[in-house]
Design a protein around this ligand. Structure first.
Ligand SMILES: N[C@@H](CCC(=O)N[C@@H](CS)C(=O)NCC(=O)O)C(=O)O
Length: 212
């Protein structure tokens, strides 16, 4: 099993955490989508990471599809509830977390432009998505119905990777103000070996030209 990408990508980190939590052996094949890496295009025509290549050479992307593939092929430990509608609710939270990550990465990309070329409306619009998304996630973390449940789920993993990316890119340093349930959730998750082993390298943080 080969995972194409790097831990600077929160989507790649999400898949790595799932692989580690399920105890699946894999090789992380470092690839830079923004540098036009041919390997990325060869396994994903969209030229994005993560992509997962299984033992038969079959590739899967985007990260929600890879997560579903791993859940179907390696069911234990379960990261989704057995009841299909409950599983869908967990995946809805995954989609919300991924959407907040998308907004975070859009800000990183915008801030890589020269100050004159940056679009203030784009920055404000993306920040608003992050603010609303995190408020919704805080409510879910307090409800403990689909997120922050006793059993680790895909929702927990996706949310922690999103918050890890916001911290790493220093997009919204005060996100934790008034969001105590999310703070407690990430503190708990970041102490797990799967998260400790997938921490992104410090050098690539902030608005650099390193891959996203
Ligand atoms: N929805 C995708 C997002 C993947 C994504 O945007 N990955 C970034 C790296 S963080 C990428 O490869 N971007 C290259 C590009 O957009 O050309 C997923 O969940 O896998």
């Amino acid at each position: 099993m080969k995972l194409i990408g790097s831990y600077t990508s929160p989507y790649v980190r999400k898949i790595s955490v799932i692989l580690l939590e399920k105890g699946i052996a894999f090789e992380l094949v470092s690839a830079a989508p923004w540098a036009g890496d041919e390997l990325v295009a060869a396994v994903n025509p969209l030229g994005k990471v993560p992509a997962l290549v299984n033992e038969r050479g079959e590739s899967f992307f985007d990260s929600p599809i890879i997560a579903q593939y791993l859940e179907l092929t390696y069911p234990e430990p379960r990261l989704l509830p057995a009841q299909p509608l409950d599983a869908l609710r967990v995946r809805q939270i995954e989609a919300l977390a991924d959407g907040v990550t998308d907004a975070t990465m859009a800000i990183v990309r915008e801030c890589r432009r020269s100050p004159d070329g940056q679009n203030e409306e784009v920055l404000l619009g993306q920040r608003e998505k992050i603010r609303r998304g995190l408020d919704a996630l805080e409510r879910h973390a307090r409800d403990r119905q689909c997120l922050n449940t006793p059993a680790l789920t895909l929702a927990d993993i996706a949310v922690a990777c999103t918050l890890g990316a916001i911290n790493y890119r220093r997009i919204m340093p005060n996100w934790c103000v008034d969001r105590p349930a999310l703070v407690a959730l990430v503190e708990r998750l970041f102490s797990r070996a799967s998260f400790a082993r997938t921490t992104p390298p410090v050098a690539a943080a902030l608005y650099t030209n390193e891959m996203l």
